[in-house]
Structure formats: C-alpha cells, structure tokens
Design a protein around this ligand. Sequence first.
Ligand SMILES: [Zn+2]
Length: 59
Amino acid sequence: MAEPKQRTNNSKQGMRRMHDKVIAPALAYCEKCHEPKEMHKVCYNCGTYNGKQVIEKKQ
Ligand SMILES: [Zn+2]
C-alpha cells in the first residue's frame, strides 16, 4: 500500500480539520406556536410550515 512520503505538519493538519467542525443548526421561531424550530423545516410541535398545516398532529 502507498505510504505518505512526508509527515503532515501541524499547520496542514489543522487546515484539513477546520472543515470537520460541527455547526449548530439555524433556529427560527414558529409563526403559529412560537416554539423554536429549524429553519426551512416543518415545526415538530404543531406540524405547520409557512403558515400551512402540513402534518396532522395526533392528540
Ligand atoms: Zn409550531
């Protein structure tokens, strides 16, 4: 199997790993129930998206 000719220095290792970070999802508040929800996603609390009922919630 091919082996690396040179050891990756700390700077290059950091450059590669800077894209591995986990970023928090963008949060918005539901127009109907004002619960926090992820942007561009259906509200998990009331099942609406953009003011329209998309998912029927079981009571
Ligand atoms: Zn909602």
